[in-house]
Design a protein around this ligand. Structure first.
Ligand code: EPS
Length: 378
């Protein structure tokens, strides 16, 4: 299966983070400024820690690109860490509840949780955003776009984000929370300020939407080819994500079938003829796109590093203690929205590479256009 593949490497305070993306067709323009813009967005959002004032994430493309275009070979991108004191930083022996510290120390046989947390840190997501930016440029060639915004923070929901995409994007990009509801920005600022005073942290909900995907990405024929399972896996792989929903999600379990399923109509004016009267399915049925907007929601737990720490037990002395604290974000839900927008873009781009194949972007686009034509004649 010619899927896009992503490997990342790098520790939070090591010399650099690295993303290696395999499977991109040749001839795709690569714009380092577009990658950097995504990386900068990931670093932003109200409630982040001092680390983001130290770093200025910028991509250095080290393979797979020549004269601004992909070669079809693996694309490697390096993002240098300014705070690269991994060899000097102290041992961490008081594991943080909620973090990978304790399970990782037990599993890897270390009494210094730094050996674990350096890689478990969400700083790794900078590499995933860089990879997602490449995927987005491939999707843009096919008229497909991924868009995420923060839908709730600290238990307080924003108004439902409805309306035309360019205006939603403009509102989101002007928001310190990457949210489409300016009233929520005001309330959430107060929530974050209060949590900061309390030495606490906040989680929230992110909505991710993909527009422009034709029917038929993914497949029902094998469990691991279902786009729903790939998207859910990708979303759940992001640090601190504890839940994912597609369309109505958990809400579908409590309603009757007649209230859940989206009736089908034929409309010669619709892009592919057949269309759904609504989109409770979140754009995916049988593991395949329906041609409606893909809609996902992700639940992010609060950051587990608390300035007012929870109880813990020392890995060495075994004595009751409190968890370690150096610095922490009060909330990173806005950053998570950028990460999720990019990991979802990556999976959708991967499904496009699988379906349309091709070694060059020209070949992939030709196959895509042929398929769209086939759907129109269906
Ligand atoms: C992050 C960098 C980290 C944290 C955060 C994400 O920097 P540092 O550990 O030096 O403060 O701010 O990491 C976590 C949320 C985590 O749980 O480890 C980043 O660049 O996103």
């Amino acid at each position: 299966m010619p899927l896009l593949r992503l490997s990342t490497a790098g520790e939070s305070h090591g010399p650099a983070l690295v993303a290696i993306v395999e499977g991109l067709p040749s001839g795709l323009p690569v714009d380092p400024a577009a990658i950097e813009a995504e990386l900068r967005r990931r670093q932003g959002g109200y409630g982040r820690s001092g680390r983001q004032t130290i770093e200025r994430d910028a991509p250095r493309i080290i393979s797979g690109v020549r004269a601004g275009r992909t070669l079809g070979s693996p694309v490697a991108i390096e993002i240098a860490n300014k705070d690269s004191r991994i060899e000097e930083l102290p041992a961490v022996t008081r594991p943080r509840p909620g973090h990978a510290d304790l399970a990782g120390a037990q599993k890897y046989g270390t009494h210094d949780a730094r050996d674990v947390l350096e890689r478990a840190s969400a700083r790794e997501t900078a590499a995933r955003v860089a990879a997602g930016a490449l995927a987005k440029s491939l999707l843009a060639r096919l008229g497909i776009e991924s868009f995420a915004h923060v839908a709730a923070l600290g238990g307080d929901a924003a108004r439902t984000a409805e309306g035309a995409f360019p205006s939603l994007r403009a509102t989101r990009d002007a928001s310190p929370f990457y949210c489409c509801d300016p009233d929520a920005d005001v309330r959430w600022t107060a929530l974050v300020d209060q949590a900061r005073r309390d030495g606490d942290t906040l989680g929230g909900l992110v909505e991710i939407r993909v527009i422009g995907a034709p029917p038929g990405l993914g497949s029902h024929v094998q469990p691991d080819r279902k786009l729903s399972s790939r998207l859910a896996g990708a979303v759940m792989s992001v640090q601190a994500i504890k839940g994912v929903e597609i369309g109505l999600g958990f809400g579908a379990a409590t309603r009757r079938g007649s209230e859940v399923h989206d009736e089908i109509a034929y409309d010669p004016a619709a892009p592919y003829g057949f269309r759904r009267a609504r989109n409770n399915a979140g754009g995916i049925e049988g593991g395949m796109t329906t041609g409606e907007e893909i809609r996902l929601r992700a639940a992010k737990k609060p950051i587990s590093t608390l300035r007012k720490p929870l109880k813990s037990a020392d890995l060495v002395s075994k004595q009751e203690s409190v968890a370690a604290y150096e610095r922490s974000d009060v909330t990173a839900v806005p950053a998570a929205s950028v990460i999720l927008e990019n990991v979802v873009a990556f999976e959708v781009a991967s499904a496009c590479c699988e379906k349309f194949g091709g070694d060059s972007i020209e070949e992939l686009e030709r196959n895509f256009r042929g398929y769209v034509e086939q759907l129109r004649r269906f």
